[in-house]
Design a binder for this molecule. Sequence first.
Ligand SMILES: C[S@@+](CC[C@H](N)C(=O)[O-])C[C@H]1O[C@@H](n2cnc3c(N)ncnc32)[C@H](O)[C@@H]1O
Length: 187
Amino acid sequence: MANKNLNKAKEAKKDEFYTQLEDINNELRHYREHFRGKTVLCNCDDPRVSNFFKYFAYNFEFLGLKKLIATCYKSQDVNLFSEGTSEEAVYLVYEGDKNGNNIPDEDEIEVLPLKGDGDFRSAECIEFLKEANIVVTNPPFSLFREYVAQLIKYDKKFLIIGNVNAVTYKEIFPLIMSNQIWFGASI
Ligand SMILES: C[S@@+](CC[C@H](N)C(=O)[O-])C[C@H]1O[C@@H](n2cnc3c(N)ncnc32)[C@H](O)[C@@H]1O
């Protein structure tokens, strides 16, 4: 029981690892031309702390994005290792700079409540997935397999910055072998 709880705690800790802006920049700079006119979804991203959201919001015009959507998960598993900072699950929509200062100002970002907890597998989050052209995030490590399976199921283009150990998963390795997914340029 103690071991089980410790493992759960370790997983929760890994699940709450936030990606550095520098790592996002280093990888994303290789794909700039792919984002023109596209809707980007960050579906494991509390925008208050997500550098993915920051990256796309601040580079919105530079990349020529059409729309940025971020969904924020409300952690149900509040324990010592889970940040659980979000009080409610919300989603954000940013459609670019309106006042000409090239900065995503607060009043230009729509913050709207979700009906559920923001789980990327929920029906409402799947609707965002369907709308998106490209999904970019670092998902929870413990749900990596399910996360990738969903992207493949919905035939989405995606870019994941995550724990490289995931490539050894029996569900992930075949996708690499069949060239459905591949290592990023910065690895
Ligand atoms: C590894 S962290 C990365 C956070 C952020 N994407 C980043 O890179 O900084 C994974 C995030 O997924 C969230 N999360 C956990 N379970 C989730 C779920 N079922 N659906 C959506 N997000 C989830 C966690 O709260 C956590 O913030």
